[in-house]
Design a binder for this molecule. Structure first.
Ligand code: NAP
Length: 249
């Protein structure tokens, strides 16, 4: 069974590692090619966009794909929409593997907002020194907040326009609680802005913010796709085994 995993996440790499070499599976992972030095999954890997829905349809046909697992980041909404449309067009099964979002606990001071524009609106009331970890794009909405200072953390250099007063920190998780505490302390952060990515690898900043009593502005996920969805790699494995047929588990 030819499996295409749309990747770029830890879960996608775990799924590729789990399926790679199993009898009956030929796995190809697809990476957008944005990150300069990507973490590579086991098995075949292809890089770069497909060329919208039409390009993905052509790729699926050419490579005789049997099933597609969209294990992209919860905020990679365009790739997910293309996967839904392309698999519908060629009548292939699609599974979405998407980790759960984060849930606030007692004492958390979270402000959920729908997007960056809404985050920029609430920020001035919450503090002056902002730790912004929402990825390297879409930062223009914060550019007009001249009174605030930003610590921007991203994997690759963020694209302008950037806030006027900012320091860019290039780093990739996982981040430890100790390191996140030290970072908030060193930069005298008042408020954290992040996306509801979910998962353990980048959750330490939320714990550190909680410990310090800092408010967190949390950008909501894009709407969930209309496709069968699981939240764990184990469930994705079970779905693939079912798709492969009896006796394959
Ligand atoms: P996006 O906005 O949903 O996608 C934009 C375009 O990039 C897609 O239309 C597609 O181009 C191409 N693309 C995206 N993911 C791809 C993949 N896995 N394989 C091949 N092409 C892909 O995506 P994004 O938010 O820029 O994220 C890009 C990649 O980084 C994703 O693989 C995602 O899992 C990973 N990632 C994203 C984030 C995030 O914050 N968004 C965080 C961690 C990892 P075509 O239309 O030409 O096919």
């Amino acid at each position: 069974m030819n499996v295409l995993i749309l990747g770029g996440t830890g879960e996608a790499r775990q799924l590729a590692a789990a399926l790679h070499g199993r009898p009956g599976y030929a796995v190809t992972s697809s990476l957008a090619g944005r990150v300069a030095i990507p973490l590579l999954p086991d098995g075949e890997v292809r890089f770069g966009g497909f060329g919208s829905v039409g390009g993905l349809v052509a790729w699926l046909r050419e490579h005789r794909t049997d099933v597609v697992v969209d294990a992209t980041h919860p905020f990679a909404a365009q790739m997910t929409a293309h996967a839904v449309a392309a698999t519908a067009a060629v009548e292939l099964p699609l599974l979405v593997l998407r980790r759960d979002g984060w849930t606030a606990g007692p004492g958390d001071r979270w402000h959920r907002v729908p997007d960056a524009a809404a985050a920029a609106e609430v920020l001035p009331d919450l503090g002056e020194r902002v730790f912004l970890t929402t990825g390297g794009g879409g930062l223009g909405g914060y550019a007009a907040l001249d009174r605030l200072w930003f610590l921007l953390r991203a994997v690759d250099p963020p694209s302008p326009p950037l806030p006027r007063r900012c320091h860019v920190l290039l780093d990739r998780g996982p981040f430890t609680l100790e390191a996140e505490r030290a970072l908030l302390d060193e930069h005298r952060i008042d408020v954290v802005v992040t996306r509801d990515s979910g998962g353990a690898l980048t959750a330490a900043k939320l714990v550190a913010a909680h410990e310090l009593g800092l408010p967190v502005v949390l950008l909501d996920r894009p709407p969930a796709p209309t496709a069968p969805t699981v939240t764990t790699v184990a469930d994705a494995m079970r779905w693939c085994a079912q798709a492969l047929g009896p006796g394959s588990g």
